[in-house]
Design a protein around this ligand. Structure first.
Ligand code: NG6
Ligand code: CA
Length: 511
């Protein structure tokens, strides 16, 4: 077994951490009764976007059925208010703000998870699982200096514990608009190589900035670089024409890949990590869903997402493996209405409230930034239940390791705590405290009824979306029990609590 200990690059003021030890041994046999595990990250889905969480303007019957058969959390959090860090936190069990370069990744970013790290996928592989990553990735690919999409891309998801990979490299609004399967761009013609840049135009494909007349979906913010399928994206690309995805087919394609992975591993215990592109911008529903929600394309892709979950559930049913499959459905961060395209999402909301009663949204340190829908279904072992305990996605890693009696490797998953009984709805004990992060790495800590947001001199409002980021030069304290919408900062009235929580946050940072 390799035993690599390394120092991670650190943010100023954050103490040194021991790194991860890499798992190389696959444990043998005894897989008989181990449950399959499927973890589905929806993208930018809000706690108010699902009918099982109270939405009335949009209906999500499949996800509602999942919730009705499982444990439905109301106080569960993502680690971060954007995608890359949330995904990093889940898979490494380490708070992303401990490592530099975990912010929103460009489409040509290097793989940001050190291949020496024992990820949750490594841990499950060690426990005898077949592991697959399908859909949105957004953790970078390839070595430092940028991804070369024209040859075998390494490192990739397979370098951090996944046997199989079929991924969207970054986000659907970022180039390159191609799928990568086991390190290769799918459908790439070697005579038409891909070039990608995030700092200057490459090639001669039209851009939103130069050729706005060619655009079928206009940007509202940013999103004015290379036009692919009529949609101007973030970043420039040229080449790889035969490999370009069709936006309206993405849900069908990744759902198919996920179903195939499940079917081909029905005899093994398997771990499927799936990231949907829904409901991130650009929101391009398949014609079957277009116009069906009455709430514009944001609503339509919620229907599409619900269909995807239904397909996964039907697949499990038809293979007769639903009973012993743990199916977790959640979101990587909170919702945003206009995230950069003129899709009329605001005008068409029609009273729909993606944030529920919560303040802020995607990017924000306020509750709607990280308080997400979180549903766990395991029919064989778990009774349907509502779960009000405080829970964080950071704890999924250690909790699943405990379920499988997999000891954590030294240095692995340093922030992940075992809360298996909470995950499975068998206990409702709150985590002592949880920490979340906004776009600017401002940290907030929730403990009991209190939420403290550390002072920050970063902007109060996100430049493009006008989202309240929760940054304030003064400390903020909210009593979530009486003020879940964080309307009144009571820091001045409870200086003792502010002191206690800021000190606690410092100890977490220094851990
Ligand atoms: C922002 C993009 C936004 C989205 C986000 C990442 C602009 C103006 N905004 O910078 O559209 O892509 O990054 O979203 O470019 S995430 O859910 O993947 O974190
Ligand atoms: Ca997201």
């Amino acid at each position: 077994m390799r035993n690599v200990s390394r120092l991670l690059p650190l943010l100023p003021g954050i103490a040194m951490l021991t790194g991860c030890n890499h798992a190389t041994q696959k444990s043998n046999g005894q897989n008989g009764q181990k449950p399959n595990i499927i973890y589905i990250f929806a993208d930018d889905l809000g706690i108010g976007d699902l009918s099982c969480y109270g939405a009335t303007k949009v209906s999500t019957p499949n996800i509602d059925r999942l919730a009705g058969q499982g444990v439905q959390f109301t106080n569960a959090y993502a680690t971060s208010a954007t995608s890359t860090p949330s995904r990093f936190g889940l898979l490494t069990g380490m708070y992303p703000w401990r490592q530099e370069n975990t912010g929103i990744a460009p489409g040509n970013s290097e793989l940001i998870i050190d291949t020496a790290c024992v990820t949750m996928a490594d841990m499950l592989k060690d426990a005898g699982y077949a592991t697959g990553a399908v859909g949105k990735w957004h953790l970078g690919l390839g070595p430092k200096g940028g991804t070369d999409f024209n040859s075998q891309i390494s490192p990739n998801a397979q370098s951090i514990g996944f046997d199989y990979e079929f991924i969207i490299p970054a986000t659907v609004d970022r180039v390159p608009c191609v799928f990568v399967e086991n390190g290769r761009v799918v459908g790439l013609d070697p005579n038409d190589p891909i070039t990608v840049s995030y700092d200057h135009k490459v090639g001669d494909w039209p851009t939103g900035e130069e050729n706005p007349e060619l655009v079928t979906l206009k940007p509202s913010q940013g999103h004015n670089n290379t036009i692919i399928n009529g949609i101007p994206r973030i970043g420039w690309m040229t080449g790889g024409k035969s490999a370009l995805w069709k936006d309206e087919d993405i849900a069908d394609i990744i759902t198919d890949k996920a179903k195939n992975f499940i079917a081909s591993h029905q005899e093994d215990p398997f771990f499927l990590y799936m990231g949907t592109q829904d409901v991130h911008v650009p929101r391009i529903p398949h014609p079957r869903f277009a116009g069906k929600s009455g709430l514009g394309t944001r609503g339509d892709v919620i229907l599409q997402l619900d269909w995807t979950i239904g397909e996964i559930m039907h697949t499990l049913d038809s293979l007769n493996i639903a009973d012993n499959t743990i199916l977790i459905f959640t979101s990587d961060n909170g919702p945003v209405i206009d995230d950069g395209y003129q899709d009329h999402a605001y005008e068409l909301l029609n009273g729909h409230t993606p944030m529920g009663i919560y303040r802020g949204g995607k990017y924000s340190a306020y509750e709607a930034g990280t308080r997400i829908p979180f549903i766990v279904r395991w029919p064989a072992k778990v009774k349907p239940n509502k779960q009000q305990a405080l829970f964080s996605q950071i704890d999924v890693y250690a909790s699943l390791a405990s379920l499988l009696n997999q000891p954590l490797h030294k240095g692995a998953a340093p922030d992940s705590q075992e809360h298996l009984n909470v995950l499975l709805g068998k206990s409702n004990t709150d985590r002592d405290h949880i920490v979340q992060q906004n776009l600017n790495n401002t940290l907030a800590i929730v403990k009991g009824q209190w939420k403290y947001i550390e002072p920050s001199d970063k902007p109060a409002i996100e430049f493009w979306t006008k989202m309240e980021l929760g940054n304030d030069k003064q400390p903020q304290l909210y009593d979530l029990s009486s003020d879940p919408s964080e309307k009144t900062n009571v820091a001045a009235q409870h200086t003792d609590i502010v002191k206690e929580l800021s000190a606690l946050l410092e100890t977490v940072k220094e851990k």
